[in-house]
Design a protein around this ligand. Structure first.
Ligand SMILES: [Zn+2]
Length: 143
């Protein structure tokens, strides 16, 4: 099995899934082992925000640089269990310096189903808008 190196970017055509499939995060090894367990889902969650004091989750998030449909149904199921929103971020691939605008799709808890539309979507906003959203969810939490 080959390993991904940054200078291989042309060979791998620079998609996030190629980076994952290359084993850079040991995702392939973990996934191939875990997926031998039947009757469960395994979900590679991108990020969740929790309270520093009580560890109650405040939001569950997925990020993608792909343009097509992104299934968030399990993400929203998990978020709903904790009665918190789920967020999908669409961003430019490799935007580590946050130079490009993003789209933010936000589902209130309880919005379930395979292709349920977001409660609201913000298109072409800055990463700062995401930070403000996360700060708002932090500030709304009480414990
Ligand atoms: Zn708390």
């Amino acid at each position: 099995m080959s390993t991904f190196r940054p200078d291989d970017s042309e060979r791998y055509s620079s998609t996030a899934s190629n980076v994952e499939k290359s084993g850079e995060r040991n995702f392939l090894a973990l996934s191939s082992a875990a997926r031998r367990v039947d009757r469960v889902y395994h979900y590679d969650l991108d990020l969740f925000q929790v309270c520093k004091r009580c560890f109650q989750p405040q939001v569950f998030m997925e990020a993608t640089s792909s343009k097509g449909f992104k299934n968030t149904s399990i993400l929203r199921e998990i978020a709903t269990k904790f009665e918190v929103p789920a967020i999908l971020i669409r961003h430019e691939f490799g935007d580590e310096d946050h130079a490009y605008p993003i789209d933010i799709h936000y589902w209130n808890p309880g919005i379930l189903g395979y292709d349920a539309p977001p409660t609201r979507s913000l298109y072409g906003v800055s990463w700062g808008t995401l930070i403000s959203t996360l700060e708002g969810l932090r500030d709304r939490h009480e414990c």
